[in-house]
Design a protein around this ligand. Structure first.
Ligand code: FAD
Length: 297
């Protein structure tokens, strides 16, 4: 099933992101965790490609496992900047063979090793090139892409960032998912600017439930996201008590999601980090809100 059809049906949805393991020895554990999340019947699940400490070789395997067993629409991430065209074409063929209908087209981060090489020899420089290649591959993929309410760290300013985002969308993107946000007002202001610029595809805010104090520094480093004082106080108070921090982190994320729904944002994506207990906590907190709406199919 195509994710864009789920997003366009007007119902409130929740989707969850998982990531592949670093080593094959952990693959069974990761599959078990992702299956627990799939049992919650999210609108879709996404599997990252080498981000969050995982490697890319298991992305399609994990996505296919969930799709085949739980009939949850799956979004397989794919990055391009450290690849050549042959590798990307092979991944596209692998996704097609696995029955994956939805692809998240990303550039990938610039590692110091990559930056030390000659840019003119790179096969890809921006995600928009991958979007175009996916569109031209003759496969009828539903294509997602990333966007940044607080501006991508390499961009000089938001105006340029949105200009390039528009080019990426026009290359064939069906929907966008944001970098994690902890302050909804930044997302709502960003949405206003996107719509004003003529970008009209669905945009899913990305919510990261922080359930462990150690995640905070990592999340800031990874995303550069602004953390409101209300959130910092919560980490100060509960950070050393894992059970309390989990409860507080789930509550904070739930509050953000409810506020987004209340502001008319119907589709919210959760960076659930392979933690079924976090996904369950959020779904339980929203049970009456999602209620009948939760039958997203
Ligand atoms: P792009 O859209 O190419 O943008 C990158 C930068 O280039 C921006 O500053 C943009 O403004 C600029 N730019 C774009 N086009 C042009 C142009 N024509 N000329 C000049 N500048 C231009 N990483 C992974 O490795 N694996 C994952 O699975 C993964 N999943 C992600 C999911 C989400 C929702 C998000 C938000 C990020 C994810 N990332 C992942 C991280 C992502 O790869 C990095 O943020 C990366 O630095 C940028 O990727 P992009 O696709 O947004 O790139």
């Amino acid at each position: 099933m195509k994710i864009i059809d789920v997003l366009n049906n007007g119902k409130m949805t929740i989707s969850f992101e998982v990531f592949p393991p670093k080593k094959e020895t952990s693959l069974d554990n990761v599959k078990a965790a992702t299956e627990e999340i799939a049992k919650l019947s999210p609108a879709f699940m996404s599997v990252t490609y080498g981000a969050g400490g995982g490697t890319s070789e298991f992305t399609i395997d994990i996505a296919k496992n969930i799709k085949d067993k739980y009939d949850v629409p799956m979004l397989a991430h794919l990055t391009c900047v450290s690849s050549d065209h042959e590798t990307v074409q092979q991944r596209i063929a692998d996704m097609k063979a696995a029955g994956i209908e939805n692809v998240m087209a990303l550039r990938g981060d610039l590692t110091p090793e990559l930056e030390a090489t000659d840019r003119t020899r790179w096969a890809y420089h921006h995600a928009s090139e991958l979007v175009r290649e996916l569109r031209e591959s003759g496969n009828d993929f539903c294509i997602g892409a990333a966007c940044y309410p607080e501006v991508h760290p390499e961009s000089a300013n938001q105006k340029d960032d949105i200009k390039y985002l528009k080019e990426k969308v026009e290359a064939g993107v069906d929907f966008l998912t944001t970098q994690m946000i902890f302050d909804n007002s930044l997302f709502l202001g960003f949405m206003y600017k996107l719509r004003e610029s003529g970008i009209d595809v669905p945009v899913l805010p990305g919510i990261m439930p922080i359930t462990n104090a150690n995640q905070v520094a990592r999340a800031i480093k990874l995303s550069g996201a602004y953390m409101p004082q209300r959130f910092r106080s919560l980490v100060d108070m509960f950070g050393e008590d894992p059970a309390a921090m989990t409860q507080a982190g789930i509550a904070y994320a739930t509050d953000q999601i409810i506020d987004l729904y209340a502001n008319g944002i119907t589709n919210v994506h959760i960076y659930s980090m392979n933690k079924p207990e976090v996904a369950k906590g959020i779904i339980n907190n929203l049970s009456n809100i999602l209620g009948k709406e939760f039958d997203w199919r």
